[in-house]
Design a binder for this molecule. Structure first.
Ligand code: SF4
Length: 393
């Protein structure tokens, strides 16, 4: 006999057809006022964000309902996705982030490094399968030639001139600068001239140096992350923005992180989207050593997506769900909690899978369409920079 299915915790938190006004009517005055202000388009501050981040029970239902309403007013009912392929060109890395289960030392049996030809071949295959983007990131091998990133761009563009290259985290950019001795601006310009389209705003984890010290001592600092991102934006290289949550951080860190991204966006306008990345703990040293909690709870996933919608309102309009980390049901719930983008088809995914995620490596466009339609929303394929290619009405 099969065991009865566990009740889905998030089902209880995502209001079926409840209006935000009805949800607010049942709340304490302080949080009802904040959510009402958010509904009316007023920019929220730190204390207000923390009150929302610490919401419980009925308050979370209201937060989700308000974020969903703000999403509807801001970006409508279209849910976008991009046809792309991940290319992780090497897993050899000396940095040793304790939350990472992907990296290997050069001597480990399953260490690998793709040649430029292999990287270009993967990009060509992706293009043939309808991809408009390749997302290229990898470990940081010791003694890497600082011009290797430029050469990757050249190799891909020589094979597939039209594909958009979304590549190299701020950590990789800092490493390239270090290895070449070039000024940051010149290094980024060189990459742009050789085909770099946009930067992934990864390596952000939590933008707080004390938290970073606890989870990855050799990672770039908050100031370095900001410098890479703002310099890229000034040069016309746009980027995504991300946050990894569910490990050692507190709700206060979420709010400070989001407000920092909002401030950067006010200055540069260069972020295309915000991607909340729930920590996948299972195979990581950080979790196994007992120093972190076992990833976010379903309620935390909903709160982070909803908070992002409200705190970034007017500045970063696209909130993405990470289907790799969330799986089917939770990613759909987060799309009902303020998010409007389903991410990419990926075609191959290594980082979350090796940390213990089980959602798979590829999501076909038809699967995106089915999941989006189940929510009563409209699927649309987009480019990396959110130009709509095709609406599947
Ligand atoms: S997260 Fe990136 S930099 Fe850190 S250990 Fe893993 S591959 Fe290396």
């Amino acid at each position: 006999m099969r065991e009865p299915a566990m009740p889905n915790v998030t089902d209880a938190l995502v209001p079926e057809v409840e209006s935000p006004e009805r949800a607010l009517a049942r709340l304490a005055l302080d949080i009802a006022r904040i959510l009402d202000a958010a509904l009316n388009g007023r920019e929220l501050g730190f204390e207000e964000g923390v009150r929302l981040a610490r919401a419980t029970g009925e308050e979370v239902r209201a937060l989700v309902a308000v974020a969903d309403q703000v999403r509807r007013e801001t970006v409508g009912d279209i849910v976008t996705y991009v046809v792309n392929r991940n290319i992780n060109f090497t897993n050899i890395c000396f940095v040793g982030c304790s939350f990472c289960a992907f990296s290997r030392t050069p001597k480990e049996r399953d260490a690998y490094a793709l040649t430029l030809e292999q990287v270009a071949e993967k990009a060509a295959e992706a293009w043939q399968r309808g991809a408009t983007e390749v997302c290229v990131q990898g470990g940081l091998p010791p003694e890497m030639d600082g011009f290797f990133y430029r050469d990757i761009l050249r190799a891909i563009k020589a094979r597939v001139p039209e594909i958009h290259i979304h590549a190299f985290s701020p950590m990789e950019i800092v490493y390239g600068v270090e290895r070449t001795g070039m000024p940051l601006r010149d290094y980024l310009l060189m990459l742009k001239e050789n085909g770099l389209g946009t930067l992934p705003g990864t390596a952000a984890e939590i933008l707080d140096d004390a938290v970073r010290w606890r989870i990855s001592r050799q990672k770039l600092t908050v100031a370095q992350w900001i410098e890479v991102i703002t310099t890229a934006h000034e040069l016309g290289i746009r980027s995504t923005s991300t946050m990894m949550y569910g490990h050692v951080e507190t709700p206060e860190h979420w709010v400070r992180h989001l407000l920092l991204l909002r401030d950067i966006q006010k200055r540069t306008g260069g972020f295309t989207e915000f991607v909340p990345l729930g920590f996948v703990p299972w195979n990581t040293a950080l979790y196994k050593s007992g120093k972190a909690r076992p990833g976010p709870t379903p309620e935390e996933h909903l709160k982070v997506h909803a908070l992002a919608r409200l705190l970034l309102r007017g500045w970063i309009e696209n909130i993405q769900v990470s289907w790799v980390k969330l799986g089917r049901a939770l990613s759909q719930h987060c799309l009902q909690a303020g998010a409007n983008d389903y991410g990419g088809t990926l075609m191959e995914e290594n980082i979350s899978r090796l940390a213990g995620a089980t959602a798979g490596q590829y999501l076909a466009p038809e699967e995106f369409h089915a999941r989006i339609r189940e929510l009563g929303r409209i699927p649309a394929e987009r480019t990396t920079t959110y130009q709509i290619r095709r609406v599947f009405a």
